[in-house]
Design a protein around this ligand. Structure first.
Ligand code: NAP
Ligand code: GDP
Length: 596
């Protein structure tokens, strides 16, 4: 069969026409479906714009985080936004804060070696930044989760505060700007690259009409008047230039009349540290200051003349900042500028919690310890005392164990996550001393007890667990059940005794090598004997029984306190009977509010 050129051309033409038409139809269907989905997301059933809360918008950022760079990359190049980012941020100097760092799109535009802190509130956006930082090996950048409307940095901390395309996303952009102004030094600068209302009315009408759909798609509000916001917030705008029909703003500003001045309230810049140096008092920062040991220290210093005369104590809780986060840790150090740091903060728990959460015990404690040590180095802290534990000692060992034996074999499997994280504090104290001349050391307390302990039965240590269980058994008239065989042996130290020894270590002990803070070997007791002593202190009249289906953990960890004895031959420990009397009395009195 012969096919003419004409019919062949017609055939191919029709085929291509159908293919093209089909493709166009499919595209328009997809676009229509996307439009419909967006309208459903942005409008209620009556077609009215929905209101998006901060949580909604954060969820939208989170959803788009992994594709964000790809989706806006080409648009930004076409609009020249990369150039604008570069032009603005190359002017950043000194100590720099970038708020709403997003996926880290600006990382390459800051000057090389910049002293940079980045914060953001969206976890998944931050994960992208973290990935980029890791890839580019920028370990020097401080980076953490923080709300721009209530930053934990002290007043006047940064020389440059920058934000690119963040004002469109903040819940209250005026408050955010005032916070940025607050943390900016008096002679500092605020650099902004933003998008918002246009200089043309016709374009503003389009922005206003479609604002809710834009928010539903991108999580941001694109019709804010950025210039007015800066003025309302009290910033002194020194230059402003606008592009893209006026919708893109590049702003240089200085702190204006500050919010603190406006309220005639106190200015808190480095107040604490300055007051202290004026009074010639050393600032002592106690991380984990609200826990068992922190409360012991609080009790001890309340009647200690040296502490009263020449030291000023700051007791931190996790509410003052999460020490797993580097930026929050540094903000705390910036605020207090401590001379001494006693590092107690940790994820802490008894045998059963350690067995259940090895990963968390390892990771959280590693993060906390790394941040605190590095901050102590960077803030030139005169002395750091970190807290280890006798439960990190090797499982298979000879007894008694002393300070030289910490790394002589693996710890007991029941708490290896916690133990390895703690062991690293010892290793790194020596490394920091060797490399940076830091005066870091560590102490090794044995099992601690006292008022303000964690009396949670599942999570806590044996003494608070037994005290609580005994209290409940007495109330209910049931048996007092001890977990395990009762045969394991332990040494216990009363929290106030430990507190006194810690403060002495901080002032007087100057070696990087650790120091065991424990009662003597002769004071070791079995869990069974301990349970009887608790029962006596609690005036419990019922039966004491043992649940041998529960773990015993390590049989013993007998520690030698010879080194301590040689340094403090005069020190008298509180007996276990007296310590338990006090602890039980405290628990009964404070039952309603005790941690349990
Ligand atoms: P605790 O009562 O459980 O108190 C822990 C403290 O750490 C609290 O102030 C807590 O703050 C804080 N903290 C926890 N996670 C934090 C985070 N991510 N950021 C900031 N702060 C955080 O502990 P403890 O019994 O006093 O223990 C003190 C030290 O002694 C620890 O290093 C522990 O490993 C060690 N140690 C304890 C024992 C013992 O038997 N208890 C034995 C040997 C060694 P919040 O109150 O705000 O939560
Ligand atoms: P450890 O000293 O680091 O092993 O931790 P703990 O303070 O949790 O003490 C654990 C020892 O106490 C083990 O021998 C447990 O079997 C025993 N024990 C008995 N009753 C309890 C209890 O109620 N809670 C805890 N944590 N341990 C208990």
């Amino acid at each position: 069969m012969r096919v003419s050129v004409k019919s062949l051309t017609l055939g191919i033409g029709s085929y291509l026409g159908i293919l093209g038409g089909g493709y166009y139809w499919a595209l328009s269907q997809r676009e229509a479906a996307a439009k419909k989905a967006l309208a459903e997301k942005a409008e209620d059933a009556a077609g009215k714009p929905k209101r998006f809360s901060e949580t909604d918008r954060l969820a939208i950022f989170g959803e788009g985080a992994s594709k964000y760079d790809k989706e806006i990359g080409t648009d930004e190049i076409v609009m020249g936004l990369n150039l604008l980012r570069w032009w603005l941020l190359r002017q950043a100097r000194g100590k720099i804060l970038e708020v709403a760092g997003g996926t880290g799109r600006n990382l390459d535009y800051f000057p090389k070696g910049a002293n940079l802190t980045i914060i953001d509130l969206c976890d998944r956006m931050m994960a992208e930044t973290e990935r980029k930082l890791r890839k580019s090996r920028r370990g020097d950048v401080l980076f953490g989760k923080m709300d721009v409307s209530q930053m934990s940095f002290p007043d006047r901390t940064f020389d440059t505060v920058c934000d690119t395309f963040g004002l469109c996303s903040f819940e209250d952009p005026k408050v955010a700007l005032q916070e940025m102004e607050r943390v900016c030094k008096d002679d500092g600068q605020i650099l902004l690259l933003e998008h918002g209302r246009s200089t043309y009315d016709w374009l503003n009408e389009i922005l206003d009409k479609n604002s809710h759909r834009h928010t539903a798609r991108w999580g941001c509000v694109w019709n804010r008047d950025i210039e007015s916001l800066c003025h309302d917030a009290g910033l002194e705008v020194t230059s402003i230039s606008r592009w893209h029909f006026g919708t893109t703003y590049m702003i240089h500003a200085k702190p204006g009349r500050r919010e603190a001045d406006r309220r005639k309230g106190p200015v808190t810049t480095g107040k604490h540290a300055q007051d202290m140096s004026k009074n010639n008092k050393k600032v002592v920062l106690i991380t984990g200051g609200t826990g068992l040991v922190g409360k012991g220290i609080e009790d001890f210093i309340s009647s200690d003349p040296i502490a009263q005369e020449s030291e000023s104590y700051v007791f931190l809780s996790s509410k003052d900042g999460d020490l797993r986060d580097k930026a929050q840790t540094y903000a705390i150090f910036e605020k207090h500028r401590p001379a001494y740091v006693v590092h107690l903060a940790a994820l802490v728990g008894g045998l059963f919690r350690n067995m259940a959460q090895k990963v968390e015990f390892y990771r959280e404690n590693m993060l906390i310890n790394d941040n605190v040590m590095e901050a102590c180095k960077d803030f030139k802290v005169e002395k750091l005392v970190s807290c280890l534990s006798t439960c990190i000692f090797p499982d298979k060992t000879t007894y008694p164990i002393d300070e030289t034996m910490i790394h002589n074999g693996p710890p007991h499997a029941s708490n290896e996550g916690y133990a390895y994280a703690k062991r690293m504090l010892d290793v790194m104290s020596r490394c920091y001393k060797e490399e940076y001349g830091c005066n870091f050391t560590s102490i090794i307390p044995t099992n601690i007890y006292g008022p303000h302990d964690n009396f949670n039965i599942q999570d806590g240590h044996v003494i608070p667990g037994l005290v609580h269980k005994c209290y409940l058994a007495e109330q209910a008239g049931t048996d007092f059940t001890i977990w395990g065989s009762g045969k394991p042996l332990r040494q216990f130290i009363y929290s106030r005794d430990l507190a006194e020894l810690i403060i002495w270590t901080m002032r007087e002990y100057h070696s990087a090598d650790p120091l065991i803070l424990s009662v003597g070997e002769e004071d070791e007791v079995s869990i069974g004997t301990l349970a009887e002593t608790v029962a006596k202190a609690m005036e419990f009249k019922g039966n004491v029984v043992f649940d041998t289906s529960k773990a015993d953990g390590q049989y013993k960890k007998t520690a030698s306190n010879l080194k301590l004895r040689s340094l403090r031959p005069d020190f008298r420990f509180t007996s276990i009977e007296e310590g338990l009397e006090k602890t039980c009395a405290w628990f009964k009195e404070n039952y309603a509010t005790a941690r349990k």
